[in-house]
Design a protein around this ligand. Sequence first.
Ligand SMILES: Cc1cc2nc3c(=O)[nH]c(=O)nc-3n(C[C@H](O)[C@H](O)[C@H](O)COP(=O)(O)OP(=O)(O)OC[C@H]3O[C@@H](n4cnc5c(N)ncnc54)[C@H](O)[C@@H]3O)c2cc1C
Length: 491
Amino acid sequence: MQRVLRGPRGNWGVSGGCHLLAAPPLPNIPAELGSGLGRLGQALKDQLPTWGGGWGGWTPPGMPPGPRPPEEADVVVVGGGVVGWSVAYWLKVLEGQRHGMRVLVVERDPTYSRASTVLSVGGIRQQFSLPENIRMSRFSASFLRDINEHLGVPNEPPIDIQFQPSGYLFLATPQGAAGLEATVRLQREEGARVALLSPAQLKAKFPWMDTEDVAVASYGLEDEGWFDPWTLLNAFRRKAASLGVHSCAGDVRGFVTSAEDAMPRRGLAPATARIKYVHIHMPDSLEYQPVACAIVVNAAGAWAGELLRAAGLPGGLAEPPLPIQPRKRYVYSWHCPDGPGFSCPLLVDTTGAYFRRDGIAGNYLGGMSPPEEEEPDPGDLSVDHDFFQERVWPRLARRVPAFASLRPRGAWAGYYDHNAFDRNGVLGPHPKLENLFLAAGFSGHGLQHAPAAGRAVAELVVKGRYESLDLRRLGWRRLVEGEPLGEDGVV
Ligand SMILES: Cc1cc2nc3c(=O)[nH]c(=O)nc-3n(C[C@H](O)[C@H](O)[C@H](O)COP(=O)(O)OP(=O)(O)OC[C@H]3O[C@@H](n4cnc5c(N)ncnc54)[C@H](O)[C@@H]3O)c2cc1C
């Protein structure tokens, strides 16, 4: 195997989520005119509402200005990632009475520098092993196909999520073959178009691949590929805002519940309670803004568990803890002029390593989840480049001999919204906080499931039951009863 052609460390720029706008060069303004303009600018700034210096004075596109949240909202959605905005959008679609429901989305970081949505690799597939996950993918694929009918805004440019149709290709060894075949049977029963390929068929279709240890492969024929997550997030935000959803920058740090009223009388926290106020910590300030609300949706992604832990809930109201936590995942990018061409699928290797092409100019993206005992410290989003060199690259170069020689281009890290209980989303009402709904814990497949999950939770809130998809099994009950739902297809 040749040595990997590797640039100096400095070339491995961390890229991804934070969409920074380069400032245009300043004209050469004479000093006096410059200071006059400065004073005018300051006077205008003083008149206009701002997000405060904590957000760099930059108002992200689509976020209506306004320094403060309202004092009341019908629904407060905590977390303005793709899931939170999807819930907000569907609430307005389903409310049935325009301007009837006041929905507020609270996001603590409007630059989205750590949000999973914008740090993901944008994939959608039908190949899951849990029927609910397949159904959500099918719903989302149909939603994305007609995205302009759903999220188009009159007089705004049409949405182009840059969808790249391309099947996922899962490879199985002889030991894994029966399991993969059974999963494909289930996917077909659910209506997904997935082919099983023998090693000979695999070699004929993808001659650049070493198939020596492969017994069988599954290949998605429809509704699989990848798209631009940032565009989808913005499309949800823009549409939801056009339907009247409010948003504000702030960190939800606590809930005031009805338990606090009952405790002085009874001395003990009651078994169940309702959230009366959400406490929003305002950016760059010591202030808290209470927002009275009827419903709260926890769409805080990888931090959904932390939100409940930190909310200061009395008694056993926070029990059982929500087992959702941030897990750091690296995405590496490389160039290989002799690598697989346009028909390259998103390949998931027998070892768990994956890659896909990135454009059509010989660039690729890929990575691998580490074993449980080697989970990296999620404290920051620094990238471990040795992980690619020592773990990911050898596996991929074994599978694709052309990758024996490649040039690294960059890398970034993001957080999987990992549900440590069973690696599936948790949707629906909290067992003890009667007006809290959860939509989080998708464990690396929340981007593609956001359209379906948002609709499902909005149905629960507005109609009191699931109508489009029956996702009851993804509720809290399984956590309380200790009955995990399996999903083999977590990459
Ligand atoms: C490397 C990587 C690759 C991935 N690839 C895919 C893929 O190919 N396909 C796929 O479907 N999924 C993928 N995912 C997973 C997907 O990105 C997530 O499941 C999905 O984005 C979750 O969306 P979210 O809105 O719940 O979370 P986020 O996008 O993280 O949004 C949650 C938001 O809540 C905010 N927040 C948290 N706490 C608070 C609080 N207390 N107050 C106010 N705001 C708060 C955060 O700031 C954040 O912006 C990938 C993830 C990673 C990291």
